[in-house]
Ligand binder design. Structure first.
Ligand code: SF4
Ligand code: SF4
Length: 502
């Protein structure tokens, strides 16, 4: 299938063409990839100042992430009126509230009038730090009252991404970013030598070398590789025909997008999905797909992400046109397919986005339609962590609802885990990432759960690093309940009373 997509970079494609002028006119803030302004450093610098000024006036996101925290602290430190605002220009008697009317004149003489906007005083290093500390959780977008179509047109995460994309275009993609973005290549190689690769990732000397050469934090717990990918497992499995329904209901038709993590690191996630979906009588396929492109987007490699998106569209659209839903167990991958593909691929991206659905959401719909029966074994007390990339999709907390529907006593852990894709793996952000995760880890421990569940496997990894408890994707918790072997996430040092399946 040939997709009608540009092969050149957006800037090359758009420059000088009539559509370039149209893009600039319809998108004066330069936020669309096809708009030549998007790639214009000077324009992006002005946009950063414009948006930072709006944020400085608003400050609604003051406690949302390290990026806003640093921005507001730096602006306050640079504010020419900071000392007056804090009362530091007053002498001791004034500070004690003993200001006399007659002293007002001398007081005013000490006040320097300045109309400088402190945002303009931010140095390039300040801006780079603010950009670097944004881990693209996107939580500020739904919170912001000024997102398009508001005339202020604030899209903070997109602006940060734009900055990274311009950097990547001007200076190339760094070695670490190339490594972290090559999930399929890494996965294909590492699954072939999984025991060696996993041992190397646990070896402190190797980890020190990795930190020095690739900038991946030596103390970050990395996910193991499986010795067989999900796709290999699926290709060797005898096909299972969906049995004809006897209840008059339509047979659900779906195609599973296993995600890189599910394919190479934890194939038990898509395998559990297959088992549960087949239990519901679903007509299921698992086409060979590639990475959704999110890791490449995260480092500003828009064209690299577009290539992967185009490949997935070629693979998955035939399934969509057969009337199948595309099921994704990974919140970031689902967000990528639903939110970014329409922008990267146009109409065909939109067609794929419209057919894509979060796996837990789909299973819950099957459950509520009584197509999927409830498990009979108890699930127990669950601490369910909801990923930021699920929260921003605004479809509810379906992983939590699915486990509640299945009989779990579920407490929601709705605090950012600070992992955010590969951000928390980077040496310079590792400590910050652990700090962000403190609230989520505390909530998990307060819950004293039998089992920890997380729809994002990297969030699960972070929670494990903070609490020592293993966390599981909701579909694995559900499969275990069907099997009558409930999963458990004991705190380190406590007795493992129940099964500890992967
Ligand atoms: S996307 Fe997340 S990390 Fe980035 S600025 Fe918004 S809230 Fe902060
Ligand atoms: S992103 Fe929006 S809500 Fe957040 S501080 Fe900026 S203007 Fe305010």
């Amino acid at each position: 299938m040939k997709l009608p997509l540009v092969q050149s970079t957006p800037l090359q494609a758009a420059e000088g063409s009539p559509s370039a002028a149209q893009s600039v006119a319809s998108d004066p803030h330069g936020m669309a990839y096809e708009n030549p302004l998007f790639w214009d450093r000077a324009h992006a610098d002005k946009e950063i100042e414009r948006v930072f000024e709006i944020c400085n006036g608003c400050r609604l996101c003051f406690n949302l992430c390290p990026s806003f925290d640093v921005m507001f602290k730096r602006i306050d430190a640079l504010d020419p009126h900071a000392s007056e605002a804090e009362g530091k220009h007053l002498d001791a008697s004034h500070a004690q509230g003993m200001i006399e009317e007659t002293e007002a004149k001398s007081l005013l003489a000490k006040v320097e009038v300045s109309t400088d906007n402190p945002v303009h005083l931010l140095a390039q290093a300040d801006k780079d730090r603010i950009v670097g500390l944004c881990y693209e959780c996107k939580l500020c977008y739904p919170k912001c009252p000024y997102v398009p179509p508001h005339e202020f047109a604030v899209d903070f995460p997109k602006l940060i991404l734009r900055y990274k994309a311009i950097d990547a275009k001007e200076h190339g993609i760094g070695l670490r970013e190339k490594f972290l973005g090559a999930t399929d290549l890494n996965g294909t190689l590492m699954t072939k030598i999984a025991p060696i690769a996993n041992a190397a990732a646990h070896n402190s000397f190797n980890r020190m070398l990795m930190e020095k050469t690739l900038g991946i934090a030596k103390d970050r717990q990395l996910p193991d590789y499986a010795d067989q990918s999900f796709e290999t497992w699926w290709s060797r499995r005898a096909p299972v025909e969906a049995s004809a329904r006897t209840d008059g209901k339509e047979t659900p038709k779906a195609a599973l997008f296993p995600t890189c993590f599910g394919n190479y690191n934890d194939p038990e996630i898509p395998k559990a999905a297959v088992e549960v979906l087949e239990h519901a009588g679903c007509d299921l396929t698992c086409p060979e797909s590639v990475c959704c492109g999110m890791p490449k987007m995260d480092c500003g490699d828009i064209e690299g992400a577009r290539k992967l998106a185009r490949r997935n569209a070629e693979i998955l659209l035939p399934s969509v046109r057969e009337g199948r839903k595309i099921l994704s167990p990974g919140p970031s991958c689902t967000l990528m397919l639903k939110q970014e593909y329409p922008e990267l691929l146009g109409a065909e991206g939109k067609e794929l986005a419209d057919a894509t659905i979060d796996l837990s959401d789909y299973l819950l719909q099957l459950g509520r339609a009584k197509i999927l029966a409830k498990p009979t074994a108890p699930i127990g007390k669950v601490a369910f962590h909801v990923a930021c990339h699920n929260r921003v999709q605004n479809f509810g907390y379906r992983g939590r609802d699915l486990l509640k529907w299945a009989g779990g006593d579920v407490t929601l852990v709705d605090k950012c885990c600070g992992m955010d894709g590969t951000w928390g793996m980077k040496a310079e952000y590792f400590e910050e990432s652990l700090k962000v995760a403190e609230g989520a880890a505390r909530k998990v421990e307060e819950t004293a759960p039998d089992v920890v569940a997380a729809d994002c496997p990297l969030a699960g990894l972070q929670l494990k690093q903070k609490t020592g408890r293993t966390s599981f994707h909701p579909v694995k918790v559900l499969r275990a309940a069907y099997r009558g072997e409930p999963l458990r996430s004991p705190a380190p040092g406590t007795k493992k009373s129940d099964s500890q399946m992967r």
